[in-house]
Structures are given as structure tokens and as C-alpha cells.
Ligand binder design. Structure first.
Ligand SMILES: [Zn+2]
Length: 161
């Protein structure tokens, strides 16, 4: 197939720099969670009064118990890599409106002291160099650049022992 034929068959659509003109409230507890990251560079979770599970990120109702949760508890910035994926397919990052450079690592992480999982980026992109069960630590954006979002966590890094 010639290049001209290919151009006629496959229409290219460019997203350019997508604007994201949306604002919404993170809620009282979600705001506490995000301001703790922004102002202190640390995590808090919320604890169920019935089963004792600690959730990060914060949610208001325990899924299994249907109990309302109000007790905020400190949670470590280190945790365990539960699973991961190395993404090689480009997309427009909705948090920035920019094309996300590939490849990048995407990980499911259980912070020490939490019973739930947090999904975020991991800076390793070689799947041979990480495995489930590895230790990871949050790397925060410089304090002066934090905005009060999950993007204040730059990524997680493997803790090399
Ligand atoms: Zn519960």
C-alpha cells in the first residue's frame, strides 16, 4: 500500500492540547486527604469504626459494613507493590491535557497501614526489574509546585534494599 493510499484509509485525528475546564469539590474528607499531601507530604487514611479497615484514598462509607467513617489515621508513604503494568500506548493525560510520554509504569500500591489500594504511576518501566511484593515509596512534587491533587505525588519508586 502506498503512503497516499494509507492516508486515505486511515484518517488521523489530533487531540492537540485538550483543555480541561472543570472544577469540582473534593469534599470535606477528600480535601483533608489532599491538603495533607500538599502541605505535609504525607498520607492519611480513614478507619472504619466497625471492621477497622483503613482506606486510602479516603472514602466516607466502608464498602463491606456500610458504616460511615470519620476517624482519620496516619498512613505511611511506603508500601507494597500489589501489581503493575507498563503502558506503551500513548494517550492524553486528563490531569494535564498533555500527551503522556510512553512507556510509563502504572501500579496498584498498598500503603503500610492501609487495607485498600492506591493506583498511581511508578517510575520503573522495565517489567523485569519489579515484581508484586516489592517495596515502594511515594515521591512527591516539590512543595512549591503542589496544587492539592493526586498529581502532587510525582510517582512511586522502588525501594532498593
Ligand atoms: Zn468496615
Amino acid at each position: 500500500m502506498s503512503q497516499d493510499e494509507e492516508k486515505r484509509m486511515y484518517l488521523a485525528i489530533e487531540s492537540g492540547e485538550a483543555e480541561q475546564p472543570f472544577r469540582w469539590s473534593a469534599g470535606a474528607y477528600g480535601s483533608r486527604f489532599l491538603t495533607e499531601i500538599r502541605d505535609e507530604g504525607r498520607f492519611i487514611g480513614i478507619k472504619c469504626p466497625k471492621c477497622g479497615k483503613v482506606y486510602v484514598p479516603i472514602r466516607r462509607v466502608c464498602g463491606p459494613c456500610y458504616e460511615e467513617m470519620t476517624e482519620l489515621v496516619p498512613v505511611s508513604d511506603e508500601g507494597t507493590l500489589i501489581t503493575f503494568s507498563v503502558v506503551s500506548f500513548g494517550f492524553v493525560d486528563p490531569s494535564t491535557g498533555q500527551q503522556k510520554p510512553v512507556p510509563y509504569g502504572y501500579a496498584v500500591i498498598q500503603l503500610d497501614g492501609a487495607d485498600s489500594y492506591l493506583i498511581h504511576y511508578i517510575d520503573e518501566t522495565d517489567p523485569e526489574k519489579m515484581k508484586a511484593g516489592d517495596r515502594v515509596k511515594a515521591v512527591f512534587v516539590d512543595k512549591s509546585e503542589r496544587t492539592g491533587s493526586l498529581q502532587d505525588i510525582r510517582h512511586f519508586s522502588l525501594v532498593r534494599g
